[in-house]
Design a protein around this ligand. Structure first.
Ligand SMILES: C[S@@+](CC[C@H](N)C(=O)[O-])C[C@H]1O[C@@H](n2cnc3c(N)ncnc32)[C@H](O)[C@@H]1O
Length: 322
């Protein structure tokens, strides 16, 4: 019987990729030195998610350091590493993981190029502290001669028509026709570029990329790193690959990629998502797509009549508190 050809192939036939089910420490030992131009990952946070066993922060970091030593070994000399983390919270006390991790990477000779703030507008509402609305990406390079393709990720300037107003270049355009540097606070909403924020929605239930994984990377976040920090045909690695978001962000942009994930169930979802990408079926939030802003006409963005009533009674002092 003739096998039905897919209608589309969104992955270049020259791109190699693999999802490996296993413990990254064991798998990494088999990789040659200097293979990867980009390691991009979000490690387990030790916060008791379904795929992790919560332990003391010291023990957690000890294990992570052994993995990091292996990652530094497999990173190429021109390579970059992006480590995306949030907070570890113990009995209400916040431990910002990037601060703990910074020391480890430094000890292994890596150099920090940016501490990127990834801001998102939604999440749990805290009651005993301010609600957390950002996570960080520590971007390190292995040497001073690292890959950085800024032009691939420039964003539209706010004032493209701006000109030098004095000096030798007076009257000439002062910006770059390709746009401006997106800054270290990442924003993809057009309106918020002015606020210098990269506001990429995190992957929650109403996001088009949502799977059953409890904390996925948005693919557009990976794409920005892939486009800036690798060249075409580079190799990209995610040692804690989850449902394969980094791998998808890489192969979609003609980079070779390997993902390692210890949970077989997530590996299956990752492979299915790659297959869906191959056939043009994968729902991906496009890079730089503006985030939905309430128009003020939607019912949910209006002050409910119960609260309006409350405001009136408060103003009239009818609640007894004058
Ligand atoms: C924060 S999640 C990463 C999610 C991923 N960025 C995505 O978009 O799906 C961390 C993942 O690391 C996996 N993991 C934890 N320890 C591991 C290990 N030693 N080796 C391989 N995978 C591991 C967990 O099962 C989990 O899926």
């Amino acid at each position: 019987m003739k096998v039905k050809e897919p209608l589309f192939d969104y992955i270049s036939p020259n791109t190699e990729y693999q999802i490996i089910n296993g413990d990254c420490m064991t798998v990494l030992a088999k990789f040659p030195e200097g293979k990867f131009d980009l390691i991009i990952t979000s490690p387990p946070y030790n916060i008791g998610k379904s795929y992790e066993t919560k332990t003391s922060i010291e023990k957690y970091l000890e294990t992570q350091e052994q993995i990091i030593a292996e990652l530094v070994r497999v990173l190429s000399d021109r390579g970059n590493l992006c480590w995306q983390v949030g907070n570890y919270v113990d009995k209400g006390e916040v431990f910002p993981l990037d601060i703990f991790y910074y020391q480890i990477f430094k000890k292994h000779g890596l150099k920090l190029r940016n501490r990127i703030i990834w801001h998102f507008g939604h999440g749990l509402h805290a009651s005993k502290r301010f609600s957390g609305r950002y996570e960080t990406i520590l971007w390190f390079s292995k040497t001073d001669d690292y890959i950085f393709n800024l032009d691939n990720v420039r964003i539209p300037s706010k004032y493209p028509g701006k000109r030098h107003f004095k000096g030798a270049k007076k009257g000439e355009l002062s910006g770059n026709p390709l746009g401006k540097n997106p800054s270290d606070i990442w924003e993809v909403i057009e309106n918020d570029w002015e606020n210098l924020m990269w506001d990429i929605p995190n992957v929650k239930s109403n996001h088009p990329e949502k799977t059953e994984h409890p904390c996925q990377f948005p693919i557009e976040l990976v794409e920005r790193c892939v486009l800036a920090l690798t060249d075409e045909n580079s190799w990209v690695l995610d040692p804690f690959a989850g449902v394969g978001s980094s791998i998808i962000g890489a192969i979609k942009n003609n980079r070779n990629a390997i993902g390692i994930e210890k949970e077989n169930e997530y590996c299956k979802i990752a492979k299915q998502r790659i297959n869906d990408l191959k056939e043009g079926r994968l729902k991906i939030r496009p890079i730089n797509k503006p985030i939905h802003k309430p128009t003020g006409r939607d019912k949910v963005s209006q002050v409910p009549h119960e609260w309006v009533q409350l405001e009136i009674s408060n103003a009239n002092g009818s609640n007894g508190h004058k």
